[in-house]
Ligand binder design. Structure first.
Ligand code: G
Ligand code: MN
Length: 271
C-alpha cells in the first residue's frame, strides 16, 4: 500500500539525490534479559522525503531495494557506518555497550570491507567490541559467492568483530549458514515472534531455535517484541535480548541519550 511516507520513492533516481537529502540515524534499543538492563541499540538509516516533509521518511525497505538494484546501497551503508562511529563514544558514556549496524549483502561481498571498517573505526576511536554487524537476507548471497562471503565473515570474526544473522525465520533463511558462518548472534524476525502466541507449534519452534543457537554458542535476539507477555515467554525460552516496541521504537540519537538516562536500568520483566 502506498502511504504518505513512501510516496515519491520513484523519484529517487540516483545516489546524488540521496546524498543531498536529509539523512538521519535512528536507534532501536535492545534489552539484556539476563542483566536486566538496556544493552545496546540497532542503528537504522532514515532519509527524509522532501515532498512530504511533514510526513516523515521514505519507506526504508523500498529505498534499500531500489538502492540495491541500482548499485548505490554502499553509499547508504558507508554513510551510516561513519555516522554511527561518530556517535559511539557518547553512546558508550550513556551506557550503551553495543551498536548493531546493518550491512547489505552487496557490501558484505566487497573485499575492501574489513579494511574500510578498520580505518573508520580507528579514525573515530571505536573498538571492535563496540559494534556488531547485522547481515540480512542471506539468501541473496548466491551459492557461487557464498565461499567468498564465508571467507570475509571469517576474516571479520578473526578481527574480533561480531556478526549477527538478521531476520531469521523470514524469507528463505538458510540453516546451513548458521553452521558455516561464525555468527555470534541470531536475530529472530518479528513475524516469527508475532505468530508465537497464536500457534503452539511456532512457539515450540522458537524455543528449539533458541536452544539450537545456544548449542552453537550463538546468542539470540527476538525482534518485534510488543507486549510484556511476549517478553515473558521469550525470557522463559532463554532468549538473550529483546528488541521491539515493548522496549522502544526506533528513536533519533538525541532521544536515545534521554531514553538511556531514564530507562537504562529499568526492569522490563518485573516479578
Ligand atoms: O526487519 P527489520 O529489522 O529491517 O525491521 C526494522 C523495522 O521494523 C524498523 O523500521 C522498525 O520501525 C520496525 N519495528 C521494530 N520493532 C517493531 C515492533 O515491535 N513492532 C513493529 N510493528 N515494528 C517494529
Ligand atoms: Mn537489522
Amino acid at each position: 500500500m502506498m502511504t504518505e511516507a513512501n510516496q515519491g520513492i520513484q523519484d529517487i533516481c540516483d545516489a546524488k539525490i540521496m546524498l543531498n537529502g536529509e539523512k538521519k540515524v535512528y536507534y532501536q534499543p535492545f534489552y539484556n534479559v539476563g542483566n536486566h538492563c538496556i544493552w545496546g541499540a540497532e542503528a537504522l538509516f532514515r532519509l527524509r522525503n522532501p515532498d512530504s516533509s511533514k510526513h516523515g521518511f521514505y519507506n526504508m525497505e523500498l529505498l534499500a531495494q531500489k538502492a540495491e538494484e541500482e548499485g548505490w546501497i554502499s553509499v547508504i551503508d558507508q554513510w551510516l557506518f561513519r555516522q554511527v562511529c561518530k556517535h559511539i563514544p557518547t553512546l558508550k558514556e550513556s551506557g550503551i555497550k553495543r551498536v548493531n549496524i546493518n550491512l547489505s549483502p552487496a557490501v558484505c561481498l566487497s573485499q575492501k570491507l574489513p579494511e574500510r571498517i578498520q580505518q573508520t573505526m580507528q579514525r573515530y576511536g571505536v573498538s571492535k567490541s563496540d559494534i556488531c554487524l547485522e547481515i540480512t537476507e542471506m539468501y541473496k548471497i548466491k551459492d557461487e559467492s557464498s565461499e567468498q562471503f564465508i571467507q570475509l565473515a571469517t576474516e571479520l570474526k578473526s578481527m574480533g568483530i561480531r556478526l549477527a544473522m538478521d531476520d531469521f525465520g523470514k524469507g528463505e533463511s538458510n540453516l546451513l549458514r548458521l553452521a558455516e558462518i561464525p555468527f555470534s548472534t541470531l536475530k529472530i524476525d518479528k513475524d516469527f515472534v508475532w505468530k508465537m502466541e497464536s500457534s503452539e507449534k511456532i512457539s515450540h519452534l522458537l524455543e528449539v531455535v533458541i536452544q539450537m543457537s545456544h548449542m552453537f554458542g550463538i546468542q539470540v535476539t527476538a525482534e518485534g517484541v510488543e507486549t510484556e507477555t511476549q517478553a515473558r515467554i521469550l525470557a522463559t525460552y532463554g532468549c538473550d535480548f529483546l528488541q521491539g516496541y515493548y522496549i522502544s521504537r526506533p528513536i533519533p540519537y538525541e532521544e536515545l541519550l534521554r531514553f538511556m538516562e531514564k530507562n537504562r536500568f529499568k526492569n522490563y520483566l518485573p516479578e
